[in-house]
Design a binder for this molecule. Sequence first.
Ligand code: PXP
Length: 252
Amino acid sequence: MVCKLSVNLNKVALLRNSRGGRRPCLLEAAEIALKAGASGITLHWRADERHTRANDVAPVVALCRERGVEFNLEGDLRRPLLDLALETGVDQCTLVPVRPGELTSNHGWDLPGAATELSPVIAELEAAGIRTSIFVEARPGLMGYAADTGTRRIELYTEPYATAFQCGDFAAQLDALAESAARASALGLGVNAGHDLDLHNLPPLVAALPALVEVSIGHALVCDALLLGLEATVRAYVDALTPPQQRNPDAH
Ligand code: PXP
């Protein structure tokens, strides 16, 4: 089974919001990602709308539906997010805990305690046909508690692995992820993973977690897109400044 890639477009939205206009267009970015082979699109709608906005969701859901791929909405347990998931009919809703002031998600659900608030929300979403996933840390002992919430999937929090990978000493973190994934899978849970994954730390992860169904990747993917695409883009601008008769037809 090839692990699916859901492209998280929050950083594209962040760039758009920085100017208040429509560029870069989220829908266009989603189209390109799907054309390039992504299996789905993820948006994380935060209460402060610093990147994805509520009205971004429906058009991207519609595009995903049209293309026969999945849309994954990430967010916390606030009522407007659940209503948005239900109204737009997202395929998957990944429930993520939030700490006031955090720059990005930085922890999984505090299980088993959080089950009290998670379980009714999971039951409501599942009753509406939306697959639920909950964000959890890679601690094998948590997987039983995760299963008890009624969720269909978990998303393993990979930031500690990604940080360890940068230092070159990541075996313990990878083992924790592999054991957590194996245990979750044995309990009947689907296994997703995400946070700080990139082109370098992804291959060992996928090799160590055969049960991995999907990764969602945003920050590194958008950073790479920027740098990998910069040369061609600068050439195009230089070209645009050059009178047509002086343009070098072999320049591209
Ligand atoms: N998974 C969750 C729960 C997240 O909050 C995020 C960031 O929005 C991601 C995955 C993607 O992380 P990154 O942007 O580091 O790839």
